[in-house]
Design a protein around this ligand. Sequence first.
Ligand code: UT7
Length: 356
Amino acid sequence: MIQLPTPKEPSQAIRRVAITAVGAYLPDRVLSNDDLERMVDTSDEWIRERTGISERRIVDKGTGCSFLASRAAQDALRRRGITADDIDLIVVATVTPDMSFPATACLVQDQIGASRAWGFDLSAACSGFNFALAAGTQFVASGAAERALVIGADVMSSITDYEDRATCILFGDAGGAVLLEAAQDGEGILGFNNQVDGSGCDLLKMPAGGSIRPPTHETVERKEHYLQQQGKAVFRFAVRNSADAAEKLLAELGFSRDEVSFLVCHQANARIIDAVARRLQLPPERVVKTIHKYGNTTAASIPTALRDALDRALLAPGDLVLFSSVGAGLTIGTAAIRWGGERTAPASAETNSTGP
Ligand code: UT7
């Protein structure tokens, strides 16, 4: 559990950090349930009932993760009214980098022209955004960076077997990005509860293509370069652990459930989101959902859902927002944020270290 300083515990060295802009990029191409009915033995009814998904977006073949990540980053910068030269750090969460190396963060740095920035990639699958948010926050909190871009982007269509009905109906492609800066009064990231349980590694993975099973004709023939999932086990783990982690974080921060304004869950399955919301006793109107139109976009799902909530004017300054995710690893990611609203003008020179 990482708890960031409160006003009762002032710190010279650590300052509170806020999300000051949110960007997203969704490819134009729609892959509908009707399209999938023509590809595998499935039905629109089964997909909607079991997952809540009606359609998802996918890129044209040959489009890399860095393209989605850069577009999302540029969207965030445009909304904030700053340029890429103002960025010190780029953290990219992805399981579908353009290539094993160099890191996608390096490609993004070049594509957006962030001349002063350094950066790195981080792999935590569907919790990737929450983990990257925790990492980026430390740099801004310590003053090592003034402005950090935290990006979640995945081209899930590049590792999906479109002959496997159990997985191909689930995933979509997208990029989402947030800008982190020193917080002003009454806003900021309050804390994280991020965890891993590596004993669940086999439940969700892409077996080949890494060092233990480098790609060969045989691995391709066995389709080991596609993601594989034991859906039911992951489902159960997600429901139990998302809610538990969120409750622990709320307790640690001294909040009750009914103080939560919005839950922004990783969008893996509408039934998981509903079950987590039920366990947290949050009514549907306080739960953000994009699963029906974007599917599961892995690291991109929380920032794109946040962008969607902002576009629908759901969030207001002062709201307590929870981010929650479970993903391959298995990973659990949770963050609590006192939402301050997006900043649209260039940063004022005055920021401070006090929180809400
Ligand atoms: O984001 C990272 C974390 N991932 C997740 O959180 C995913 C968690 N898991 C899930 O969301 C669900 O387990 C799935 C949506 C993947 C699957 O739903 P399920 O209710 O667990 O279905 P199931 O795998 O138990 O399959 C039930 C039946 C099976 O048929 P039989 O054996 O009962 O005859 C499957 O073969 O549904 C069949 N089935 C399908 N039928 C039509 C599986 N996929 C499909 C399909 N269309 N696409």
